[in-house]
Write a protein that binds this ligand. Structure first.
Ligand code: DGL
Length: 300
């Protein structure tokens, strides 16, 4: 994998291909995130694999995941994975660092399709930082997860990582705020200490954050190289589909994604139109799960 690529590719090897059901290469790929951030992954997947049909689920009713407990995140990830399997998905991209960190191992055991997860690009940051100081912006759940701590242990021996929870950033993107004065002030408060400490690299450890790249650039200029996960994830998906003989045959035109949201979907529609230039309807879907069956679960 080229050094500019972002994530450590998460091996799909835990799935025994002999146990996979007979899948149709024309079936869709499921992509899921707690909310709108996974659209940054969907954008890269469409660019890399234009013939693939895609079903995107935004669990916006329960976003952000970054402040939820581990069991809640695993519960939602499994329920949405099962729902996507029922919709005929041939593979699942967990386009959420937080859900990957907390639940991919468990969910992988339970679903009969290949899962591709994401994790912050600590490895490429360690490879390319010249000052040997790199910032990591990610959710609090991702930063405290055992999976992320393992990553740091592997790559932080000669590179200092400044880990900053991006409190408030997911919420901003969820309301389609990618450049307000308040958001810029928040970003400044997270990024200035990294600049002051001599960082030259910034890991965008949450799939929502690539949508903040212009606001980040306005603050840091060229002083930080931004490490984004999306292109590497798309390439990993391509490898997995090839290994399984599940690449879609060529189509006359790139199919329009099917967009689904557990909330009203208005912001999903807006962000897809303004940032991805995709004007598609959004279906409101109800995906029950053990932890969301109680009436007050919105505040869980
Ligand atoms: N896009 C998700 C991630 O990559 C955001 C998690 C959240 O909802 O807090 O971690």
């Amino acid at each position: 994998m080229a050094s500019v690529e972002t994530m450590t590719a998460l091996s799909p090897a835990a799935v025994n291909s002999a146990s996979l059901p007979l899948l149709d290469p024309r079936a869709p790929v499921g992509i899921f995130d707690s909310g709108l951030g996974g659209l940054s992954v969907l954008r890269a997947v469409r660019a890399q694999l234009p013939d693939e049909a895609l079903v995107y689920v935004a669990d916006s009713l329960y976003a952000p995941y970054g402040e939820r407990d581990d069991d809640f995140i695993a519960d939602r990830t499994l329920a949405i994975g099962e729902w996507l399997v029922a919709q005929g998905a041939k593979a699942l991209v967990v386009a959420c660092n937080t859900a990957t960190a907390q639940s991919i191992a468990l969910v992988r055991e339970k679903l009969p399709i290949q899962l591709i997860g994401v994790e912050p690009g600590v490895k490429p940051a360690a490879q390319q930082s010249k000052t040997r100081v790199a910032g990591v912006l990610a959710t609090r759940v991702t930063l405290r997860s055992a999976r992320f701590q393992d990553l740091l242990e592997r790559y932080a021996s000669d590179c200092r990582f400044l880990c900053q929870p991006g409190l408030g950033l997911v919420e901003a993107v969820e309301r389609c705020d990618i450049g307000s004065a308040e958001l810029r002030a928040l970003l400044q408060s997270y990024l200035q200490p990294m600049l002051d400490a001599g960082a030259d690299t910034l890991v965008l450890g949450c799939t929502h954050y690539p949508f903040l790249d212009a606001a980040i650039r306005d603050i840091v200029g060229d002083r930080l190289a931004l490490i984004d996960t999306s292109i590497a994830i798309a390439r990993q998906l391509e490898r997995v589909l090839d290994q399984q003989g599940l690449r879609s045959p060529a189509r006359d035109a790139s199919p329009q994604p099917r967009f689904c949201s557990t909330s009203d979907g208005a912001h999903l529609k807006q962000l897809a139109a303004t940032l991805l230039d995709i004007d598609a309807p959004v279906e409101r879907v109800h995906i029950p799960s053990r932890r969301t069956l109680t009436p007050d679960s919105h505040a869980a």
